[in-house]
Design a binder for this molecule. Structure first.
Ligand code: NOJ
Length: 492
C-alpha cells in the first residue's frame, strides 16, 4: 500500500514537473515578415513608390552590399508557396505587413489600387484556407513617397492620411483579419529616419524630428484605435495592437543607485516612449522632464492636449513586443554627444558585455535573460497587459545547419516560459523573425534571419528549410522545449 502511494506521488510530481515546462494551451506560435523585405514587385500592377524604393535607388551605397528590395524574396508572386512553407512549420499565425503604396499609390485614399487589394485578399484567403491566422501590420516603414514629399511623419496632416488608409484596410480586409498592429518599431523609423538620417527617408533633424514623428505616429495610432472601436469592432470583433521594440538596459552595476536609475530612464524613454501614452495617455514623466532639461527655451518633446490624452489612454488591446538584445548602461558623466538626440537626452552610455555571445548583427548579442526582464518590466509598469512577442530572432550568414539559431530560439523561449510561470507575465504568443531570409535593410542580404534559406542569386528565389525550423516546429507541436532535439541532418 505504502509503495503504491509513493508511486502515485512520484508520478504526480513527474507529470506536474513536465507540465510546468509546457507552454499554456492558448499560447500561440507564429512567424513574421514585412512587405518591403519580402514582396519585391516594387513597381508592378500599379504600386506607388515608397520611401525605401526612393532612397535605395538614389543612394545605393548606403546598403552594405548595395542591394535593395526591388525583387527581394519575390513573395508578391510566390505567396502561395510561402503559405505552404508556413503550413509545413505548423505555425498558428503569420504576421505580415501591408505596403501602403501598393494599396494607395499616392498614399491618399481617393485612389485605391485594386490589384493591391487583390494581392492581399489572395494572401489572406490562402492563409485562412490553410488554417493560419493573418496578423497584419499596417505600417512597417515603407511610407508612400508622395506623402514624404509633403513632409512625411513630421507633418501633422499625416495623421489623417494614416487613418484614411487604416479605414480602407478595415473595409477591405477586416471581415477576415482579426488581429492588427498599427505600427512596427516606431523608435527605429522615427529616430533613424527623421533625427539621425540613417534610415529612410534619411531626414536629419537632430533631437527634434524623431519626437515629432513619434508624436504623429502615436496620434495616428490613437485615432485608428478609436475608429475601429467606434465603427468596426462590434461587427468585425478584432483586436488592435502596436509592435514596440524594447531592448533591455541592464544597470552596469546593479547595486549602484545611479546605474539603476539610468537603466529605468532608458527603459522609460525607449519602451515607455510609446507604451506610456497608449496605456496612460501621456509620455512618461521622466521623459518629459529629461527632454525639457536638455532643450533650450521650449521642450523638443511635443505635448498632448487633454483631449489627445483621452484619445490615447487605453488605446490598445494587446502589446506587440519586438525584442532581440540587451545592453548594459551607466550614466554619462560629461556631454558625449555634439548634437541633440534621443540618447543624448537619456544621458546614458550603452555597451555590450564582452562575455555575451555575438550574432552576425553587431547590435544584437545573445542575452536570453533580457527578454524576461523586459516582460517583467512591462508587467510591473502597465498592470500586466497581454503581450504578444511580435519579433525575436537571430541573424547569421544564412547557413542551413543553423544550430546557433535553434539554440537562440530555445533559450529565449525558455526565458519567456519562466516569465509566464514564475513571474505571472501575461504573454500570449511568440513570433519568430523571420519566415525566411529577407532584405535586411542597411545590411542588405548579408545578414539572414530566416527559418527558410532564400537563394537571392537565383531568379526563382528558391526557399530551403533550415535546421532551426524543425526545432521550432518541434516546440510548436509538443508545446515544450526539448533541449536535445535535433532533426536528422542533412535531411534526406
Ligand atoms: C526589426 C524589424 O522590425 C525587422 O524589419 C528587422 O528585419 C528585424 N528587426 C531584424 O533586424
Amino acid at each position: 500500500m505504502k509503495v503504491i502511494l509513493l508511486l502515485i506521488i512520484y508520478f504526480r510530481s513527474r507529470v506536474m514537473a513536465l507540465n510546468y515546462h509546457l507552454f499554456p494551451k492558448n499560447f500561440i506560435f507564429g512567424t513574421a515578415t514585412a512587405a518591403y523585405q519580402v514582396e519585391g514587385a516594387w513597381n508592378e500592377d500599379g504600386k506607388g513608390e515608397s520611401i525605401w524604393d526612393r532612397v535605395l535607388h538614389e543612394y545605393p551605397d548606403w546598403v552594405v552590399d548595395k542591394t535593395n528590395g526591388e525583387i527581394a524574396c519575390d513573395s508578391y508572386h510566390k505567396y502561395k508557396e510561402d503559405v505552404q512553407l508556413l503550413k509545413s512549420l505548423g505555425i498558428h499565425f503569420y504576421r505580415f505587413s501591408i505596403s501602403w503604396s501598393r494599396i494607395l499609390p499616392t498614399g491618399k485614399a481617393d485612389q485605391i489600387n485594386q490589384a493591391g487589394i487583390n494581392y492581399y485578399n489572395n494572401l489572406i484567403n490562402e492563409l485562412l484556407n490553410n488554417g493560419i491566422q493573418p496578423y497584419v501590420t499596417m505600417f512597417h516603414w515603407d511610407l508612400p513617397q508622395a506623402l514624404q514629399d509633403e513632409g512625411g511623419w513630421v507633418e501633422r496632416k499625416i495623421v489623417n492620411y494614416f487613418v484614411d488608409y487604416a479605414k480602407v484596410l478595415f473595409d477591405h480586409f477586416g471581415d477576415r483579419v482579426k488581429s492588427w498592429l498599427t505600427f512596427n518599431e516606431v523608435l527605429q523609423f522615427c529616430e533613424g529616419g527623421y533625427s539621425l538620417g540613417e534610415f529612410a527617408p534619411f531626414v536629419q533633424k537632430p533631437g527634434v524630428g524623431g519626437y515629432l514623428c513619434g508624436h504623429h505616429v502615436l496620434l495616428a495610432h490613437g485615432a485608428t484605435y478609436r475608429l475601429y472601436e467606434n465603427y468596426y469592432k462590434e461587427k468585425q470583433n478584432g483586436k488592435i495592437g502596436i509592435a514596440v521594440d524594447c531592448a533591455w538596459y541592464e544597470p552596469d552595476n546593479p547595486n549602484w543607485d545611479k546605474d539603476q536609475k539610468i537603466s529605468e530612464i532608458t527603459m522609460q524613454m525607449t519602451c515607455g516612449w510609446f507604451l506610456n501614452p497608449i496605456i496612460f495617455g501621456n509620455y512618461p514623466e521622466i521623459m518629459i522632464e529629461m527632454v525639457r532639461q536638455n532643450s533650450l527655451a521650449k521642450s523638443r518633446l511635443p505635448e498632448f492636449t487633454p483631449n489627445e490624452q483621452k484619445l490615447l489612454g487605453g488605446a490598445v488591446d494587446f502589446i506587440g513586443l519586438n525584442h532581440y538584445s540587451t545592453f548594459k548602461v551607466y550614466p554619462a558623466t560629461k556631454k558625449l554627444y555634439n548634437q541633440p538626440s534621443l540618447f543624448s537626452d537619456i544621458g546614458g552610455i550603452l555597451y555590450h558585455d564582452a562575455s555575451w555571445p555575438e550574432t552576425a548583427f553587431f547590435y544584437f548579442k545573445i542575452v536570453p535573460w533580457g527578454i524576461r526582464k523586459v516582460l517583467v518590466w512591462i508587467k510591473n509598469h502597465y498592470n500586466n497587459p497581454p503581450v504578444l512577442i511580435t519579433e525575436n530572432g537571430f541573424g547569421d550568414d544564412g547557413r542551413l545547419d543553423d544550430y546557433d539559431r535553434a539554440d537562440y530560439f530555445r533559450q529565449y523561449l525558455y526565458e519567456i516560459l519562466k516569465a509566464i510561470q514564475e513571474d505571472s507575465c501575461n504573454v500570449t504568443g511568440y513570433t519568430a523573425w523571420s519566415l525566411m531570409d529577407t532584405f535586411e535593410w542597411m545590411s542588405g542580404y548579408m545578414v539572414r534571419f530566416g527559418l527558410y534559406h532564400v537563394d537571392f542569386n537565383d531568379t526563382e528565389r528558391p526557399r530551403n528549410r533550415k535546421l532551426s525550423s524543425y526545432v521550432y516546429s518541434d516546440i510548436i507541436t509538443t508545446r515544450r522545449i526539448s533541449w536535445d532535439y535535433y532533426p536528422k541532418w542533412p535531411p534526406s
